[in-house]
Design a protein around this ligand. Sequence first.
Ligand code: ZN
Ligand code: ZN
Length: 357
Amino acid sequence: MRAIQMVRPEAGAVSYTEDAPVPTPGPGEVLVKVAQTAICGTDRHIYHWDDSISHLVKPPTIIGHEFCGHIAEIGADVVGWHASEYVSAEMHIVCGKCRACLRGDFHICEHTSIAGLQRPGCFAEWVVVPASNLVRLDPEVVPTHIGAMLDALGNAVHTVQAAQGIAGRHVLVSGNGAIGAMAAAVVQFQGAASLTISEVAPGHLQRARKWAAGLDSETPIHILDPTSDGNFPEQVRDLTGGGVDVVLEMSGAVPAINVGLDVLYPGGEMILLGIPNCRDLMVQAFTERVIFKGLRLQGVLGRRMFSTWDLMLELLAQGLNLDHIVTHQLPLSQFEHGIQLLDRCEAHKVVLNPQDS
Ligand SMILES: [Zn+2]
Ligand SMILES: [Zn+2]
């Protein structure tokens, strides 16, 4: 079958093959024929063999972890699923036994293994997943180009879900990459008092402006480049009656985290999904900006299993539109071209078609 493999533990060591063996589902597993799959920021980090993630990947292995498709084969002991059902899957495979799992926090399982990193992924014509990780999709609600990126949408929705509320509150989405753009769409859809998007990359800024211009939104939307639009904190305070209630930190950029804390109104909250590229984070004026303002900081990883999946499918059923996020659809063999588009911020979400050569 066609597949994209990380072949050696070094930057750029991927290969496209048409001869990878089709995997066989074991007990409790199913084989899914992949309809479409999407490139995630994590795949870029793997491709570039960044320290942040490379220690988890053991080449040679098939990468990719965002997809949708149809069940092709059912392994032993699988009940409740049948061939040809339209599905996606949670690719964090959890132990079910640790303290986090026992209290229902599967997304922070101590023993998580991730398909596409620690076990074969979905940049392939077929992928094997545990049946317990499947999510059933309605083709009327979720077209395959959206189904391909539910893992990433789940990151965005989980970040929104982690806030104590969106409706009627002033929200800053810090970073308009693909997941930031998804979070912005959810915040607008849920009726925030205002939505401010901060972004520095010209391509991502332009896409945010184009998206906002095409909406008939009751939520006022402000799009700002904090590095060039004058005094950013002052502007945000002016636009939001003194500061925002919620920051969804999607960028991981240290200056963005600092300025986000600065523009939060007392009693506000910062939900952090973006991963800083440093282990130790320097927070300026921590006492004044965090403690004396009584802020709440919340880290987010993955998707809640399965309340985040349930919420995002409900939002899509209610009409949340994300078509603007999928900027490119390419055959699987053009994976590296997709990575280059993302590296240059020329794409938001690149969806790959494994059934096309
Ligand atoms: Zn991902
Ligand atoms: Zn666990």
